[in-house]
Design a protein around this ligand. Structure first.
Ligand code: COA
Length: 206
């Protein structure tokens, strides 16, 4: 993309299997330790794990993998194609996610960012996320620390904003154990727009 900093409008939809080659290409240009395809598949097979993509000119230009927990949304993976960065694509995807928060149910979005990933930290800070905790030596590949960053729904007061030690434990437990027990999120069916791209609902809709 030329015309640096021009905002482009993307179409955001659920990830489907045939997006995977484009997603993997973005993943490998974005991270030094990219997820292999098996990690995407294993994650997306969890009932409460969702894949979202941003499309422009029939091309996948960004993706996000997130988990709908009971009271929060946890982002596991998120990247925009390098030639589409700084065009507001990431912000549009985040806004889509923020739109899923509510006062009654999920009130926060949490994610981990590498200490060295300053551009992502800038991006999340610009989008009203705040660093709330440090996980020391979190990344096994480099022993690097992670910052937990959090976005809070406007209904949540500051006194409720800190992550409790048990919540940090649950974040760690979830990430270390890809086979964590999924919550049955029946309400998700409303999000599917009639599509069931990963065969998640086969046993639930019978
Ligand atoms: C982080 C990422 C998803 C941001 O996506 P993006 O589409 O480029 O972000 P946006 O264009 O919506 O940026 C919105 C604002 O965030 C800030 N921002 C974004 N990237 C930035 C950077 N590299 N340096 C400083 N600020 C940045 C800017 O304020 C920007 O507004 P501006 O371009 O008008 O100055 C993208 O850089 C990326 O894919 N990085 C590699 C993968 C990664 O680190 N993922 C996050 C893992 S936790």
């Amino acid at each position: 993309m030329s015309d640096r900093r021009r905002k482009i409008e993307v179409y955001i939809r659920w990830m489907i299997r045939r997006d995977m080659p484009e997603v993997l290409a973005i993943e490998s240009e974005s991270f030094e330790h990219p997820w292999p395809e098996e990690d995407f598949i294993r994650c997306l097979r969890q009932q409460n794990c969702i894949g979202m993509v941003a499309e422009h000119d029939d091309r996948v230009v960004g993706y996000m993998i997130y988990d709908l927990c009971k009271t929060r949304i946890h982002v596991f993976n998120f990247a925009v194609a390098s030639d589409y960065r700084r065009h507001n694509v990431g912000t549009q995807m985040l806004n889509k996610l923020i739109g899923k928060l509510s006062r009654e149910r999920r009130t926060r979005i949490v994610l981990e960012v590498r200490e060295s990933n300053l551009s992502a930290q800038h991006f999340f800070l610009t989008n009203q996320f705040r660093a709330i905790s440090v996980l020391q030596g979190y990344y096994e590949d480099t022993d690097e620390d992670a910052y937990i960053m959090q976005y809070l729904h406007k209904s949540v007061s500051l006194s409720q904003s800190l992550v409790s030690p048990s919540e940090v434990d649950s974040i760690l437990e979830q990430n270390n154990n890809p086979n964590f027990t999924p919550i049955q999120e029946w309400s998700l069916k409303n999000d599917l727009d009639g599509e069931d791209p990963w065969g998640l609902w086969d046993d639930l809709t019978e």
